[in-house]
Design a protein around this ligand. Structure first.
Ligand code: GLU
Length: 372
């Protein structure tokens, strides 16, 4: 039987990292097994549905590069079918106006409320059954629902799918952690992490291998459902940062420019960013890369000259690559020129991107003009 999985977010806001992990694991599982993935929007709970959340989730998935094969299907469009299935199920009883499933081995639970609305537990069972879902892969916070959902399948005369409950994602510190324990995909996007790094980090949760740089195809190739982490996982911001730097370094110039430009000030010329591409590849995030662009394009408002630096720079080629720029920094050190003064002369600032990157990004004439 071919594999059919689903990712079933509730439209309550932008994707949290835990949900992004669920989406990715379903995608990897389907791709690895030559199966398909359904996107289902669990919107039966009207009070919890947030307007705009569904399109935010779709946009987040698109940004991450996690595609689906079928859907989106909205549960709210299938309420009649959920009620029809409830009326046909075995072991149901009506109590206090609501329809309960009182199946052997599990506590009785409501499947259709007094006002005629199916519950999440029931809608999920009916949809998983009708759409032929073979494997339910979701966060460990749903582990306690497995018995209820399996009982629901049996009450409809069907065998339950296989349930795989993966690790719950916990924030590692104040920055990544939020009220509900993890940051959202949108937060990481705004912080300038490229999607490849976010997917890579989440993908590593599904394998206990070292922190290698992997793209989606490589993640699929390495994916082994047996190795999905089941306990809690903490995402390590340092690991995300280093994966981010490695993925940015891998981008072609055109891709890098396209990724950095939205983080730059309005009107930043693409050609100017392209000219700095080699230096930008040293950045850890797109925000950092954009800071470097700003350091180069914004002429310092106050001059803080450093003639010795200008003299040294004049002797070198128009553009410095990373090695040459790092060697230049070493030379400044050797000559006892304070790097802080060099930074101030070149950028008018006392903090900012690494000095070598500034040197690699500033063409010779501009560097000399600022420092002389
Ligand atoms: N809609 C549920 C959630 O977002 C997932 C339901 C499921 O995977 O069974 O937590």
């Amino acid at each position: 039987m071919s594999v059919h999985v689903r990712f079933a977010p509730s439209p309550t806001g932008s994707l949290h990292l835990g949900s992004a992990l669920t989406a990715l694991l379903n995608r990897l599982f389907a791709s690895k097994r030559g199966g398909t993935m359904l996107l289902r929007i669990d919107d039966t709970d009207a009070e919890r549905t947030v307007s705009g959340a569904e399109s935010a989730i779709l946009a987040d998935l698109g940004w991450l590069g996690i595609g689906w094969d079928e859907g989106p299907v909205r549960q709210s469009a299938r309420i009649e079918r959920h009620v029809e299935a409830a009326n046909a199920a075995e072991h149901t009883t009506i109590r206090e106006g609501a329809l309960y499933l009182s199946a052997p081995g599990v506590r009785p639970f409501v499947i259709v409320r007094g006002d005629g609305r199916p519950t999440y537990h029931w809608a999920t069972v009916v949809d998983d059954l009708d759409f032929g879902i073979t494997h339910v892969i979701r966060g460990g916070d749903h582990r306690a629902n497995e018995d209820l959902h399996a009982a629901g399948f049996r009450a409809l005369g069907a065998e339950p799918p296989e349930f795989i409950h993966h690790a719950v994602v916990l924030g590692a510190d104040g920055k990544l952690s939020k009220r509900e324990g993890d940051a959202s995909v949108a937060d990481l996007r705004a912080a300038g992490y490229p999607p490849q790094a976010v997917v890579n980090m989440l993908g590593l949760v599904a394998s206990s291998g070292p922190g290698e740089v992997l793209d989606m195809d490589e993640l699929v190739a390495r994916f082994d459902p047996e190795r999905i982490a089941r306990g809690d996982v903490r995402l390590d911001p340092a690991r995300l940062r280093s994966l981010s730097a490695m993925h940015l370094a891998r981008l072609g110039s055109a891709e890098l420019v396209e990724a950095v430009l939205p983080f730059c000030g309005p009107g930043t010329p693409a050609a100017a960013v392209a000219a700095m591409a080699p230096a930008l590849r040293g950045a850890h995030t797109l925000v950092e890369a954009a800071e470097l662009v700003a350091c180069v394009l914004d002429t310092p408002s106050e001059r803080a000259t450093l003639p010795e630096l200008a003299d040294l720079r004049r002797e070198l080629p128009e553009h410095l690559d990373e090695m040459q720029a790092r060697a230049f920094v070493d030379e400044l050190r050797r000559r006892g020129i304070p790097l802080r003064s060099a930074r101030l002369a070149l950028t008018g600032r006392t903090t900012g991107p690494e000095l070598w990157a500034v040197l690699a990004a500033l063409p010779r004439d501009e560097a000399v003009r600022r420092a002389a």
